[in-house]
Design a protein around this ligand. Structure first.
Ligand code: CAA
Length: 246
């Protein structure tokens, strides 16, 4: 129960990586708050977590919308009184070759995957500072490190996430808050539904461990970086990709 008496805010926690993370944090004693735009899935996830003995709440939030994120943090302050862990995990893809990528697809991905991380972290910091303690984990991607055909918008956002992770690690380290990023490879989640089978097979062949990742592979990395024991890891980008990028 390494997160007993701690609270963990997980954006995009209704499904995919975030949902698995919510489960692992609940099992380890955290009070989990799932912030997600998808109400139906969010409520269903929270119901399941509670049925398994977890402490969990759902709040419907668009991470790019400053005022609703601010309201969410106020609610956490009033109902729980502290925020120990923030996992900026919410993300979307709108893949397209550059020559076909309309600005709308660029704007959507930058808003959720990059601006959302800025908005949520800026709003959460004052509450973390009240206790002089915090663990912030940002979800980047192998695509942010190395690029990917068809993902101009996503690669730009995920590379941006690495830049802000390192900046915040420098700004906040002295205040008891560490900031790290996880860079997942290709992981079995609903996000992969949009990827053609031919491309997935190509990725599978490239991974030295000969499989795509599972949500739990990433959720375990979140737990590791969020734990009180990782206090000397700050500004790191942890690749969890089965060696895809070697
Ligand atoms: N590597 C190598 N070749 C690729 C490629 C890739 N990643 N992606 C596309 N291509 C190739 C295609 O095979 C095709 O080649 P041929 O002309 O020789 O057949 C060519 O590029 C054009 O591709 P499409 O015919 O598919 O073009 P399209 O305009 O219909 O679709 C696309 C373009 C939407 C980008 C589509 O190719 C696609 O969905 N690609 C996959 C994009 C991807 O990898 N997304 C990752 C999502 S998961 C994620 O983002 C999580 C994470 O953090 C990793």
């Amino acid at each position: 129960m390494e997160f007993e008496k701690q609270s963990a805010l997980i954006t995009g926690g209704a499904s995919g990586l975030g949902r698995k993370a919510a489960q692992l944090f609940c099992e380890r004693g955290a009070h989990v708050i799932i912030a997600d735009v998808n109400k139906e899935q969010g409520l269903q996830t929270v119901t399941e977590l509670r049925e398994n003995g977890g402490k969990a709440d759902f709040v419907q939030v668009n991470v790019a919308d400053e005022s609703s994120v601010q309201t969410l943090i106020e609610e956490i302050r009033q109902k729980i009184g502290r925020l120990d862990v923030l996992i900026n995990n919410a993300g979307i893809t709108r893949d397209s070759m550059l020559h076909k990528m309309g600005k709308e697809k660029w704007d959507q991905v930058i808003a959720i995957n990059l601006t959302g991380v800025y908005v949520c972290t800026k709003a959460a910091i004052p509450l973390m500072l009240e206790n002089g303690y915090g663990r912030i984990i940002n979800t980047s991607s192998v695509v942010g490190l190395y690029g990917n055909i068809g993902q101009t918008n996503y690669a730009a956002a995920k590379a941006g996430v690495i830049g802000l992770t390192k900046t915040w690690a420098k700004e906040l380290g002295a205040k008891g808050i560490t900031v790290n990023a996880v860079a997942p490879g290709f992981i079995h989640t609903p996000m992969l539904d949009a990827v053609p089978e031919k491309i997935l097979e190509m990725m599978r062949q490239k991974v030295p461990v000969l499989r795509l990742g599972e949500a739990e592979d990433i959720a375990r990395a979140y737990v590791f970086l969020a734990s009180p024991q990782s206090s000397y890891i700050n500004g790191a980008v942890l690749s969890v990709d089965g060696g895809l990028t070697l």
